[in-house]
Design a protein around this ligand. Sequence first.
Ligand code: NAP
Length: 258
Amino acid sequence: MSYLEQLFSLEGKIAVVTGASRGLGNAMAGALLRAGASVILVSANQTRLDAATAAFQAQGLSATSHCCDLADKTRIAALIEAVRRDPGRVDILVNAAGMTEGHALADYPDEVWERTLQVNVGAVFHLARGFAPLMAAQHGGSIINLTSINAEQGFPGNPAYVAAKGALKQLSKALAVDLATSGVRVNTIGPGYFHTDMTSGSWNDPDRRAQRSSRTLLGRWGEPDDLAGLVIYLASSASGYVTGQDFYIDGGWLAKGL
Ligand SMILES: NC(=O)c1ccc[n+]([C@@H]2O[C@H](COP(=O)([O-])OP(=O)(O)OC[C@H]3O[C@@H](n4cnc5c(N)ncnc54)[C@H](OP(=O)(O)O)[C@@H]3O)[C@@H](O)[C@H]2O)c1
């Protein structure tokens, strides 16, 4: 193995990736698989999950899946128990599942507020708490949580999403503190605008699409594979002294002034 391969290799590692049926979670699952990890893909939609898993398997990659609605705490407990039984270890947990539903503040439905907070941040708490003992038992692990530029900035008509991403940023710091002595590192990746199902409304509107590009320094939207390098880095021993940090992959969105 070359020096670079050794530094970033995930050979023999087991990863759980939520939101892996499509979009950014799917791209990151692919990156971890290609770096040598075995990946358990998680989403709430069996059909999409089966298709994503089969596509990876067809490339000779070590993908399996578990269907779980992360809005449901009992389903999360069942996922943790299933992984505890088989394969019995977790080295990497990527929390990429997320939902967003915009409404005017005056009409914002209570159930959307509650579901958004549970799927985007509550589930991360439950998964981290459930998987941490497995990681501690093997003296280490890496938890990677997908936040957003919304963790730093207010966006209109979406209070639950903005609140959830801000809370996830701080939950990640709390987890980094509580799990450090177990050798578990916790960091966040905050994407800018990437073309996925989640952002199709902005992508399909020519004005909003162009506005999102021009708001960055690099003058373009992100591609899901733009996350590959960072997720492999954070999952691997290359980042062994990195915890409690926030990394933004946003084409310079947050750095840009005028
Ligand atoms: N795209 C962007 O520009 C962008 C920007 C900033 C942050 N992010 C964040 O990056 C992450 C991935 O976003 P994306 O753009 O890839 O979104 P996406 O294309 O809408 O995909 C969302 C993923 O989350 C899963 N999911 C949603 N609700 C779930 C639930 N209740 N239980 C289990 N899985 C659930 C979906 O699975 P099923 O539908 O198959 O169940 C799907 O795999 C999210 O956390 C998002 O907030 C995205």
